[in-house]
Design a protein around this ligand. Structure first.
Ligand SMILES: [Zn+2]
Ligand SMILES: [Zn+2]
Length: 363
């Protein structure tokens, strides 16, 4: 006759077990109340809901299988999750949400301990990069790989990043670690006044309520980055934003060999072509070398300071610097091939991103 504790015996439909030292749990189920209390203390102060999980050792599950030979019943795992969710909800006065909630309380049967894992936080927004010389995400120094060396002046990185300027003020408020997912990126030397959609992910936050207005103000203090349209979103926004590609309008400052004349301006202003663009020389070491077709059209152009300043509406993924220079024939047609003389993009700015689709979905 199998011997079980009375707590375990009560999970089985038939009254066929002797009550005594438990061959399944060794007496631990009788002390689940203590463990639930410890778990309830871990529920975050500003959590509205929580979920639970319980790890049960294989040996315990195997011992339970033997008892199932004598009677049907509720498994210890199902029992534990139900018990802990009910007790933690009662003690913490938070809602149990089996689909996740604001975080999870994880119970370990063997060590008889509880720990917590907060659900990540996600914030949608649009950022403007007002100064050159910032990378979008962390860019480790290629010589020391982040440890700090002479080349990077001990910083471990070559550029400050938009990601850290935005993420820092959030982590200061809620703890955890940040990671930015954006819809495309601009080069280090390119300014963006259009507002590029991004989702900031905060993993393992200690708190969940963020004063968004305060964070926004702090981000803009240095005059390098500004954010707008900040709002809390769900995990699904990451894929939506990171996988989206939008047509953009760029403003390019173009130096024409020998100086830009009215004829050059006229020809550039009329530019509207489907480009054949081979992966640029400057990125071919890290991207597949292939030819892509992209549409580009100049929507406005003028001469200023001896340069042609052109607003170019282009498909997502168009390389604008190469559209201007021709990249030694790798982009065709180009402004250089159009004019029959060398053109160089001296400065580039993203002035509009047509992300109406996101506005519909995320606001
Ligand atoms: Zn037991
Ligand atoms: Zn270094």
């Amino acid at each position: 006759m199998l011997q079980l504790c009375k707590e375990c015996a009560s999970r089985f439909e038939k009254d066929v077990f002797a009550i005594g030292e438990c061959s399944i749990c060794g007496g631990k189920v009788a002390r689940f109340g203590e463990l639930a209390e410890r778990g309830a203390l871990l529920v975050g102060g500003d959590w509205g809901s929580f979920s639970v999980s319980t790890t049960i050792p294989k040996g315990v599950l195997a011992a339970e299988e033997k008892a199932f030979d004598y009677s049907p019943g509720e498994s210890i795992k199902t029992f534990a999750n139900r018990y802990f969710s009910e007790r933690v909800a009662a003690i913490s006065e938070r809602k149990y949400d089996p689909s996740g909630g604001d975080g999870r309380i994880m119970f370990d049967f063997r060590s008889f301990t509880a720990r917590r894992e907060a659900e990540p936080l996600f914030f949608f927004g649009r950022y403007k990069k007002l100064k050159e010389g910032l990378s979008q995400t962390k860019w480790d120094c290629g010589k020391c790989f982040g440890r700090g060396c002479e080349r990077c002046a001990g910083e471990g990185r070559m550029y400050r990043s938009v990601e850290e300027i935005i993420g820092g003020p959030f982590v200061k408020r809620v703890g955890g670690a940040f990671c930015m997912h954006a819809s495309g990126r601009e080069d280090v030397d390119v300014v963006n006044t259009a507002g590029r959609p991004f989702v900031l992910e905060i993993s393992n936050p200690e708190a969940r309520k963020v004063d968004l207005e305060g964070a926004r103000g702090e981000i803009s203090l240095g005059g390098e980055v500004e954010v707008s349209d900040l709002k809390r979103v769900g995990r699904g926004a990451v894929e939506l934003v990171a996988d989206s590609h939008f047509p953009k309008t760029y403003r390019a400052w173009i130096e024409v060999a020998g100086g830009a004349g009215e004829g050059d301006l006229e020809r550039i202003a009329g530019f509207s072509h489907m480009l054949k663009q081979q992966t640029p020389n400057r990125v071919v070491h890290r991207r597949a070398d292939k030819i892509r077709e992209r549409r580009a059209e100049v929507v406005r152009a003028e001469i200023a300071d001896g340069m042609v300043v052109a607003d170019i509406l282009a498909d997502a993924g168009t390389y604008i610097k190469e559209l201007v220079s021709g990249d030694g024939g790798r982009t065709e047609p180009s402004f250089s091939s159009l004019l029959g003389k060398g053109c160089i993009c001296k400065k580039l700015e993203v002035v509009e991103i047509e992300d109406d689709f996101l506005r519909l979905v995320l606001g």
